[in-house]
Design a protein around this ligand. Structure first.
Ligand code: COA
Length: 535
């Protein structure tokens, strides 16, 4: 593997400065999620002698173990607070990789708004697909009542997922620190193991006011749903914790006894670090998405380096064919991986067919796939339509859709049009999907989209025999371009849970390593059959 990156060139420095600025901004956006409900609610929570959700997670994790937080920017660009009043991520507890889901009680009492539900369901999907035991850290006011119409019905899947995880022999643990009311009572209700904090947990279908309204009965929190009552009387609590730290200790004790065994591949015991410094990724990616870059330079900074025993960093497949898509095999943190990376942006018929073949090869050998997006989509124009670009794109999409090895997608730049689909975009269920802060995902580029609308509007006016308002057209194009630009940004798509997080490009290798290790909790088996390939 060789590099042509000149770290002394002005372009390298310009790219680096531009990306560092975006990474600084990313930290600012993340800070919004870290702030939870803000100083007032954080101070009140501490004053009550309670730990914050992130403090609970920190104490739960093995010392020094990584925590891959997911969907941190959930709700970005919506009316709801950034973070979605929930924290989710993969962390190591007693040596076991677990999905950790924690309500943030400083945000609207930890109640669930539509983005909270979406984030929780995504976390459950990741846990199910990768066979990760789940630990719920519960303290929630239940449904965010003003938004109930958007959450009540879909939110029901939260509880179904917990029991389906148990049926799949993937354990679930609920540590209840505070309120867990109404539907929320089914989080402990459906879990395999339940710990409740004395004088903290309150688990009931209806609190005292609701009971009074429903039956006229006078009651109090403790007799209706206190931890002592559930531990001694109802039997819903398996363990009574004397305080929050004790609950966390009990949670760790439970995981220690799970006798958890990963069913996937074990990584190579030793492997080399990348051939080139990941720091250099910052200077490789141009700030202008229209400027192409060689994805081999990216690959060389995220995959394991050449090994002494004859392995190479990256074994490129079909390097002389379909050069706008780079394909090949490599290893990341000792795990084998097949990589598809866009080079020049556009996907032609050759690239689509090369991808379809490569994906099948990876399935034949049970090798997970990494998709590095930087595409403007499939080529358009009479020559390409006549050459069968739809059929060839369909072959790639067929291969991606029916592939059963785990996929991971990273949007390094543009991810436009059906190229987003062919490269295993969100709707194609990659196990994990991340974006770099400079990434953009949309049906097409903002200027192109505004131009298409303008051409259509002009045609419609002509058909009616009406004059076309040129000034209005200019304004409309500017407005649409701005709107699409904003809606294509990584923060925005991440806010809607269209990826699992926006990451610093320099962290890509680490993030991929954690994902591949999490993926290895489940067996990996390539597809035995595909849909009919339209030839
Ligand atoms: N929906 C919408 N907003 C809610 C909410 C809910 N379920 N629960 C709490 N909030 C809001 C409060 O209105 C308050 O907003 P504000 O600070 O802007 O005035 C904020 O969250 C904090 O609530 P507060 O009651 O001050 O916090 P607390 O820590 O003392 O108590 C609860 C938290 C959850 C115990 C308490 O708010 C509660 O009982 N909520 C209703 C629970 C319920 O019955 N849910 C039914 C769901 S189906």
């Amino acid at each position: 593997m060789t590099t042509t990156v000149d770290t002394a060139s002005p372009t390298y420095h310009e790219n680096r400065e531009a990306l560092l600025e975006k990474i600084d901004d990313l930290a600012e956006q993340h800070a919004k999620a870290l702030a939870g409900g803000g100083e007032k609610y954080v101070a009140r929570h501490h004053k009550r002698g309670k730990l914050l959700a992130r403090e609970r997670i920190e104490l739960l994790l093995d010392e020094g173990a990584p925590f891959l937080e997911l969907s941190t920017l959930a709700a970005w660009g919506t009316d709801f607070p950034v973070g979605g009043s929930l924290i989710s991520g993969i962390g190591v507890v007693e040596g076991v990789e677990c999905m950790i889901i924690a309500n943030d009680p400083t945000v609207k009492g930890g109640s669930s708004n539509p983005l909270t539900v979406k984030k929780g369901l995504r976390a459950a999907q990741i846990a199910a697909e990768n066979r990760l035991p789940t630990i719920n850290l519960v303290e929630s006011g239940g449904a965010d009542l003003p938004t109930q119409k958007d959450i009540f019905i879909p939110g029901g899947a939260t509880f179904r997922n917990i029991t389906q995880s148990s049926a799949a022999r993937v354990p679930t643990v609920a540590l209840v620190f505070g309120n867990s009311t109404a539907g929320g009572a089914y989080v402990p209700g459906m879990s395999d193991y339940v710990v409740m904090v004395k004088e903290g947990a309150k688990v009931f279908l209806g609190g005292p006011p609701l009971v009074k309204m429903a039956t006229g009965e006078e009651s109090d929190d403790e007799s209706l749903g206190g931890a002592e009552m559930h531990a001694r009387v109802s039997g819903l609590a398996d363990y009574l914790a004397v305080d929050e730290r004790d609950a966390i200790r009990l949670g760790r004790q439970i995981v220690r006894r799970l006798n958890w065994r990963k069913q996937g591949p074990t990584p190579k015991a030793s492997y080399a670090e990348p051939a080139y410094d990941p720091e250099e990724l910052l200077g490789i990616v141009p700030s202008d998405l229209k400027v192409p870059f060689d994805p081999r330079e990216v690959i060389a900074r995220i995959v394991d380096g050449p090994e002494v025993d004859g392995g190479t960093g990256f074994d490129e497949f079909k390097p002389l064919y379909g050069s706008s898509l780079v394909t090949g095999f490599a290893q990341i943190h000792g795990y084998p991986i097949g990589i598809l990376a866009n080079a020049q942006g556009v996907l032609f018929s050759e690239e689509a067919q090369k991808a379809a073949q490569f994906i099948q090869l990876a399935n034949q050998t049970d090798t997970p796939l990494l998709f590095l997006h930087n595409t403007t989509g499939y080529m358009v124009g009479a020559e390409y339509e006549q050459g069968g670009i739809i059929k060839h794109g369909a072959q790639m999409i067929n291969a991606v859709s029916n592939s059963t090895v785990p996929h991971i997608s990273v949007v390094m730049g543009a991810s436009y049009g059906a190229g987003h689909y062919g490269m295993s975009g969100r709707a194609y269920d990659p196990r994990f999907m991340f974006s770099w802060p400079n990434a953009k995902s949309a049906v097409m580029g903002p200027a192109q989209l505004a131009g298409v609308i303008s051409i259509v509007a002009r045609g419609a006016a002509e058909a009616k025999g009406m004059p076309y308002d040129e000034d209005g057209d200019k304004q409309m194009r500017a407005f649409i371009e701005k709107q699409i630009e904003e809606q294509s940004l990584a923060y925005f798509t991440s806010g809607l849970l269209y990826d699992d997080g926006v990451i610093d490009p320099r962290d890509t290798r680490t993030v991929l390593g954690i994902c591949l290790s999490a993926i290895a909790n489940a067996p990996i088996e390539g597809a035995r059959g595909y849909g009919v390939f339209r030839l």
